[in-house]
Design a protein around this ligand. Structure first.
Ligand SMILES: [Zn+2]
Length: 273
């Protein structure tokens, strides 16, 4: 009996240690005056054997996140509201969607409507028939993201007309900016912004660096193009949204994590361990 009890205690202690390490639940909350920016890609069921299921938040999980945010008293805003952060209420959360996947309209939009939320869409201008995952790592050549349905221009128009979506820039080709020369950088950032603004007749004031890859020349190009905010894939909660306006960290929402991990990230801005 003693051996069994000791064994159970050891197992319980190991589980507690694993849980604490994984979720870091003891970490202090970051001040709720500081807005949280969430990064999403797709709202869809996972695909069997897929490489990018982390980027797929199942619709039921997305609904649970929005319901919790609403019930916990969060204020939904879009990126343009971050241009005057002093006007934002406590507990502001900003939803962002990168790339322009078809499910953003089919699956995410009805839930935004149900919970009174809005989102900023970082749209790749030339998003059709393009496998940008290989621009980051050559071995990411499965074509998985290329085959994923993208939003048509007509669909983007209807999303913008709903008032629930705001348009942001994410380059022309989802370029790896670290490899871009000056001309290419201009094409990807400033020219793509002009094209999208003209096509959809809306101002674009926010930008997302593809793959979260950027350098000082890219920041300058983003500023010169007229963007007032820019988001990265750096994990965290902005300390000073004005000072960091062109290098804003975000909270990555993983399709492989549950609501408990989501709530902790909203609190501390980071994954547990
Ligand atoms: Zn992207």
């Amino acid at each position: 009996v003693t051996v069994a009890v000791t064994g159970a205690i050891v197992v319980a202690a190991l589980l507690a240690a694993w849980f604490s390490h994984r979720y870091a639940w003891w970490r202090r909350s970051v001040d709720y005056d500081r807005p949280r920016i969430l990064m999403y890609h797709m709202v869809s069921e996972h695909r069997r054997g897929a490489v990018f299921n982390k980027l797929r938040v199942p619709p039921a999980a997305f609904a649970a996140q929005l319901r919790w945010l609403r019930d916990d008293g969060w204020h939904f805003a879009c990126m343009s509201a971050l241009e005057t952060p002093q006007a934002l209420p406590r507990k502001t959360v900003i939803l962002t969607f990168d790339d322009g996947y078809g499910d953003n309209l089919e699956a995410a939009d009805p839930l935004l409507e149900r919970y009174g939320a809005c989102a900023t869409l970082y749209l790749v201008e030339g998003r059709f028939d393009r496998d940008w995952s290989t621009s980051k790592k050559a071995h990411h050549d499965s074509g998985e993201l290329m085959r994923e349905r993208k939003l048509s221009d007509t669909e983007v128009e209807s999303m913008l007309a709903s008032g629930r979506w705001e348009l942001g820039g994410h380059t022309r080709t989802h370029a790896n900016l670290a490899r871009a020369g000056d001309d290419e950088r201009h094409e990807e950032i400033a020219a793509a912004r002009r094209t999208l603004a003209a096509r959809f007749d809306v101002p674009l004031t926010s930008f997302a660096y593809p793959f979260g890859i950027y350098g000082s020349r890219d920041i300058e190009a983003v500023r010169a193009a007229g963007f007032r905010t820019a988001v990265t894939t750096q994990e965290g909660i902005p300390e000073d949204p004005l000072r960091q306006a062109l290098e804003l960290p975000r909270i990555k929402v993983s399709g492989k994590e549950g609501l408990f991990a989501f709530r902790l990230r909203l609190r501390t801005g980071r994954r547990g361990a």
